[in-house]
Design a protein around this ligand. Structure first.
Ligand SMILES: C[S@@+](CC[C@H](N)C(=O)[O-])C[C@H]1O[C@@H](n2cnc3c(N)ncnc32)[C@H](O)[C@@H]1O
Length: 222
């Protein structure tokens, strides 16, 4: 089987795993912390680790976490001292999971989670920092669980870069996840077209036979 075939099969298996979680949820350990995922939620995983380990949030900054899933990136932003964090996710299961997790970690006064297709539910608010670990493959997604890994015609990513400038403060920064089995060159092109400059912040390889590599990029207005 070629690499694309392996990745398709592995991701389809992960989606079955997300669907098979019992109604009371499943505990997942991530870095040094525990999170709970309800059924149909993306489990915190190695893909976000280059971002979570290396992004900076100065105490008092505001953070928007787009595609928050279990809320993991937003919750780490709270631990770094953010004064306000908003997580958005299109999947109501993710909203439930992230809301549970932010309460479990003691950040109910700092973080809120909204069900939202990208920025739709946000109004005009602008943030110092925007984080995003969006589905990074251009592949048809036929349900909300598949939409955690696959993006039909890359539309969500395209709309992210079309809209992100309206929610980023003038000197704000974006931290964005991609992978060597995703669409790095397309993302760079979309970011440049949106007037953003990009630098690689960090990367990590999962050292199995597939050598999956995950990247965190930092983007700022050019
Ligand atoms: C790869 S998962 C990442 C979850 C979490 N941020 C993490 O790092 O573990 C992508 C998330 O983006 C969400 N998502 C996909 N399309 C979206 C959209 N149009 N608007 C908001 N969230 C979306 C999915 O539901 C999923 O929770």
């Amino acid at each position: 089987m070629n690499l694309t075939g392996f990745t398709d099969q592995w991701q389809a298996e992960r989606q079955q795993l997300f669907k098979s979680v019992p109604p009371e949820g499943q505990k997942v350990r991530y870095l040094d912390k525990e999170f709970l995922v309800y059924p149909n939620t993306f489990w915190p995983f190695a893909d976000s680790m280059p971002l979570v380990k290396h992004f900076t949030v100065a105490p008092g900054e505001s953070v928007l976490d787009v595609g928050t899933g279990s809320g993991v990136i937003g919750i780490f932003a709270c631990y770094r001292g953010a004064s306000r964090v908003v997580g958005v996710d299109v999947n109501p299961a993710a909203v439930l999971s992230a809301t549970h997790n932010l309460q479990m970690h003691g950040f109910a006064d700092t973080m809120a989670v909204l069900q939202s297709n990208l920025f739709e539910a946000l109004g005009d608010e602008r943030f110092d920092v925007i984080t995003a670990n969006l589905p990074f493959r251009n592949k048809p997604a036929h349900d909300l669980v598949a939409m955690s890994q696959w993006d039909t015609d890359f539309k969500t990513n395209i709309r992210f870069f079309e809209g992100v400038g309206r929610h980023l403060k003038p000197l704000g920064r974006i931290y964005f996840v991609q992978s060597n089995f995703g669409e790095i060159e397309t993302v760079k092109r979309l970011a440049h077209a949106a007037g953003l400059q990009i630098r690689e912040l960090a990367s990590e390889v999962i050292d199995d036979t597939r050598r999956q590599e995950f990247f965190a990029f930092e983007m700022r207005r050019s």
